[in-house]
Design a protein around this ligand. Structure first.
Ligand code: AMP
Length: 179
């Protein structure tokens, strides 16, 4: 293990209480991204175990997923495809509505962003209930592309999202967990 690999990534995540609303412990990855070595180690960790040439595109979930996905795509030598909130992407899009605790939300992807058979890695900053990642996974499925793996920087295991996604058969993992 070299010096870069031995950094404590978790120590570089800042917890902000009651943001964006009371009762939420917001896990802020910005101090990690601001640290050049921590940032590089996070990107290296997110692609660990993925064989060179095994991924055709990195799909990134708005908005903090975008901040990780550029480095991940660069490291894998493949392209980047954004999965965005409704109305943000120009041109023809595919969309998928999904349930939240209160109400619904929607994710969209450009219709021609992925080709049938493309091998995709989905990336986001954090998994909580897993609703967002599950919706993104289904949306990627609608394009005919093949979701190979899902990677997060942070898991909140108490909220069960990772367990749910694994039970559905997805290859998913996170680098850091906050109990
Ligand atoms: P979920 O769909 O419940 O898995 O929520 C995951 C999404 O919400 C991710 O895109 C995160 O950026 C965001 N999120 C949820 N909870 C937190 C938290 N405690 N701190 C930071 N981001 C969060």
């Amino acid at each position: 293990m070299n010096a870069q690999q031995s950094l404590d990534l978790k120590a570089r995540i800042r917890t902000i209480p009651d943001f964006p609303s009371p009762g939420i412990q917001f896990r802020d990855m910005m101090p990690l991204l601001a640290d050049a070595q921590g940032h590089a180690q996070a990107i290296a960790g997110l692609i660990e175990g993925l064989a060179p040439g095994s991924i055709d595109a990195v799909a990134a979930i708005e908005a903090r997923g975008f901040l990780l996905a550029g480095g991940v795509a660069r490291a894998l030598g493949c392209g980047l495809v954004p999965v965005r909130k409704p109305g943000k992407l120009p041109g023809f899009t595919l969309g998928l509505n999904y349930a939240l605790e209160y109400g619904t939300d929607r994710l969209e992807i450009q219709q021609d962003a992925l080709k049938p058979g493309d091998r995709v890695l989905l990336v986001d900053d954090l998994i909580a209930t897993g609703g967002t990642a599950e919706a993104a996974a289904r949306l990627i499925g609608q394009t005919g592309a093949r979701l190979e793996a899902i990677r997060f920087l942070i898991d909140l295991p108490a909220l069960g999202g990772m367990t749910t996604l694994k039970a559905q058969g997805w290859d998913c993992a996170a680098l850091i967990a906050f109990d």
